[in-house]
Design a protein around this ligand. Structure first.
Ligand code: FAD
Ligand code: UDP
Length: 365
């Protein structure tokens, strides 16, 4: 039977980045992926000539020049800039929180007026913010917290904003300028031709087995390779022996609509508590599509249970402590690990690539 230098568990971005450099270094790789497709959460499906982001909308953004040069060496990127809008009971606000949002919320025009209102409203929070609610109010005040953050966040994470860590909301920029760009990063875009072009380039030259759960066939695959790189859930690898880590999952409802332009923008967030989904994605707008029809996806957050896709790690203290126990076991057996699941981190794509670069440096150079 053929032997490999690396058996790579998972076909996502971390795995692909490592595999790319492993092949360049003359190593042979076998990729074992549970799903029927490579690419992890980046994978896109072609529907009506539109690239549908099957596992959630993905916008590439980074300030890391090395990461940007790397992905651009594999595929060209378009000039898409993410500028979602929030819909609160029919009222439309620009995101992220900026002068357009403040102007619509309070009928004001200048940064000074916005600052005065926010400073007044944030006085309710005394001392360092202790949770997401306090963090949000101290960033943008009570009105924006109530209309644009509280409902969305509680749907997304399935718990009260007082029981969530402050860092989640710090991901979003707050700007006293009329700038609707959702990200502060220097570089951003969508691969021309879709993410699958990037995925194909990353895994070119690897042997691939799809539809296989490594954890159910460990012995067989361990016998094939020199080393295993594992990018799945670490608690699953160790048979959940200390208990299960928590994740949030998502259910996607995708529809083809017989109209050209449904919502005029790629992403609309529904920020009230009652609408059961958090956002509606209209995929064609990521690539300035002009197709006759359009495809939209509603995103419904749910609790994660075994057998579902574990989209978001729940990075609270309890889960971090549990994760550390599994991490110690992984270190003891010198298991190579990486990515959003195995590192149990709320990583964006560029951070996943950075993390893979570190492993490449340690392992291959
Ligand atoms: P994954 O993509 O999860 O890949 C892991 C792979 O391993 C999966 O394919 C899985 O099926 C496979 N696997 C797991 N266990 C096993 C096993 N036992 N055997 C075999 N295979 C296994 N990032 C951005 O930068 N911009 C965005 O706009 C953005 N939007 C996002 C939207 C959503 C809804 C989500 C959930 C994430 C988003 N991200 C975004 C983050 C991005 O998806 C991740 O950073 C990136 O895809 C993680 O890559 P990965 O390789 O670590 O993990
Ligand atoms: N968020 C919010 N209202 C919005 C959009 C985001 O309150 O309209 C909060 C919410 O808590 C979310 C966090 O900001 O979990 C980070 O949002 P981001 O868009 O970065 O989430 P992701 O794309 O990772 O799902």
């Amino acid at each position: 039977m053929k032997k490999y230098d690396y058996v790579i568990v998972g076909g996502g971005l971390f795995a692909g980045t490592f595999a790319y450099f492993a092949k360049k270094a003359g190593k042979s790789c076998l990729v074992v992926e549970k799903r029927e497709t490579l690419g992890g959460n980046l994978y896109c499906e072609d529907v009506e000539g539109i690239h549908v982001h099957k596992y959630g909308a993905h916008i590439f953004h980074t300030s890391n020049r090395k990461v940007w040069d790397f992905v651009n060496s594999l595929v060209e990127f378009n000039r898409y800039t993410n500028s979602p809008v929030a819909n609160y009971k029919g009222e439309i606000y620009n995101m992220p929180f900026n002068m357009n949002t403040f102007s619509k919320m309070w009928g004001i025009a200048t940064p000074k007026e916005a600052e005065e209102i926010i400073n007044r409203q944030k006085a309710a929070v005394k001392g360092e913010p202790k949770n997401l609610e306090e963090q949000a109010i101290s960033l943008v005040g009570e009105d924006i917290y109530k209309k644009l953050i509280k409902g969305y966040t509680e749907k997304q994470w399935g718990r009260d904003c007082k029981d969530l860590p402050a860092f989640i909301i710090k991901r979003l920029p707050v700007r006293y300028t009329y700038d609707n760009n959702y990200f502060n990063d220097l570089y951003q875009g969508i691969p021309i031709g879709g993410y699958n072009v990037l995925i194909d380039a990353l895994f070119e030259g690897c042997d691939v087995e799809l539809g296989v759960d490594y954890n159910e066939n460990k012995e067989k695959y361990n016998a094939l390779g020199g080393k295993v790189l594992y990018t799945g859930m670490l608690d699953a690898y160790f048979g959940y022996q200390f208990g299960k880590l928590e994740y949030r999952s998502l259910r996607f409802e995708t529809e083809v609509l017989d109209e050209q332009n449904h919502q005029g923008v790629a992403v609309v967030n529904y920020t009230d508590r009652e609408t059961p989904y958090t956002r509606v994605i209209e995929h064609k707008h990521f690539e300035f599509g002009t197709q006759e029809k359009t495809v939209i996806t509603k995103e419904y957050p749910t609790d994660w249970e075994e057998g579902m896709e574990p989209y978001y790690p729940v990075n609270d203290e309890k889960n971090q402590e549990l994760y550390q126990k599994y991490r110690t076991l992984a270190d003891e057996e010198n298991l190579l690990i990486g990515g959003r699941l195995a590192e149990y981190k709320y990583y964006d794509m560029d951070k996943v690539i950075e993390s893979a670069f570190q492993l490449v440096e340690k392992e291959l150079q």
